[in-house]
Write a protein that binds this ligand. Structure first.
Ligand code: SAM
Length: 288
């Protein structure tokens, strides 16, 4: 932090910076440096190890796309596993879906949960105390090792990048266990970075996901504070028809689930269109 500015330290030679109105928390947890501050432009912002994870201003883009796309593509998801996502935003969106009976969230860093609940309470909202939610502080790799076969319909991985504690969530072992714990129509989505700057992240995870799932793809979302153009969300499914559900069917499912009209980024058209990848991104997928 210099003067009243915070510089993101994701890339060595390029980055974004925020003007800080007020610093709220700066904690070294067992796993990472956590910083939360009030910005002039984006509401409250959380950085982990100097990298922007979430801002109150634009969190809706990422969270809606990471949640509503897999749940509505599945169409009948009742049991959802969330890995990471300690801010609570994915949990809140998952529990918006009327058909969801159980959402298990496994976040390794209890301090992220504690600080987000204290300083960014609107992100998780009432999801933290919803009786359908089970919040576990633990390592996602351990949880998926032990989870019974066929115990979830959808897995959502909202992780940090594949360095440090997040690295295990990008391994062959992790994806193989996700394939095992998912039902026959199950699918997993995971954040795969911004390919203009982090192309190897998408290329590498796509190859690994392809060892465990027959249908590998990715879809895009334009998240203002994940700088560098489109962010990609990895898509790994057992059933290839799930990413080809017609737009009118997606709309009908969203209506029934209680999602239609509640979003700021996701729409049925965005949902379907997001799988159309620009060639500079598609070439990092196995079939690209
Ligand atoms: N949306 C952000 C992004 O894409 O930059 C990431 C959100 S952040 C809340 C991701 C969370 O994943 C962090 O809180 C981190 O502690 C958690 N995490 C990292 N490795 C993990 C692991 N092995 N098991 C469970 N959670 C993990």
């Amino acid at each position: 932090m210099t003067d009243s500015w915070v510089n993101e330290t994701l890339y060595a030679a390029w980055g974004q910076r925020f003007r800080v109105r007020r610093e709220l928390a700066r904690v070294r947890s067992e796993f990472q440096d956590i910083m939360i501050f009030e910005s002039e432009t984006h509401g409250r912002v959380m950085l982990l190890d100097g990298v922007v994870q979430i801002t109150e201003g634009d969190e809706f883009v990422y969270q809606e796309m990471l949640t509503h796309v897999p749940l509505l593509a599945h169409g009948a998801a009742r049991r959802v596993l969330i890995i990471g996502a300690g801010d609570g935003g994915v949990l809140r969106r998952v529990l918006q879906h009327r058909g969801v009976e159980r959402a298990v969230m496994v976040e390794i860093d209890g301090e992220v949960i504690r600080l987000c609940r204290e300083y960014m309470p609107g992100i998780g909202g009432e999801a933290w105390t919803d009786p359908r939610a089970e919040v576990i502080v633990g390592d996602g790799i351990d949880y998926v090792r032990k989870a019974p076969a066929g115990s979830f319909d959808v897995v959502i991985v909202d992780s940090t990048d594949p360095i440090g504690v997040g690295e295990v969530l990008f391994t062959d072992e992790f994806y193989a266990n996700c394939a095992r714990l998912l039902t026959g129509r199950g699918l997993i989505v995971n954040q795969c970075g911004v390919p203009f700057m982090q192309a190897e992240e998408l290329a590498e995870t796509s190859l690994r996901r392809g060892k465990a799932f027959p249908d590998i793809s990715a879809y895009v979302a334009a998240v203002p504070t994940y700088v560098g153009g489109f962010m990609t969300l990895g898509w790994s499914a057992k059933d290839a028809t799930l990413r080809a559900v017609p737009v009118e069917e997606i709309r009908a499912r969203a209506q029934a689930a209680g999602i239609l009209g509640t979003t700021q980024y996701w729409t049925p058209e965005i949902h379907v269109g997001a799988f159309n990848l620009p060639p500079y991104i598609a070439r990092h997928l196995p079939q690209g």
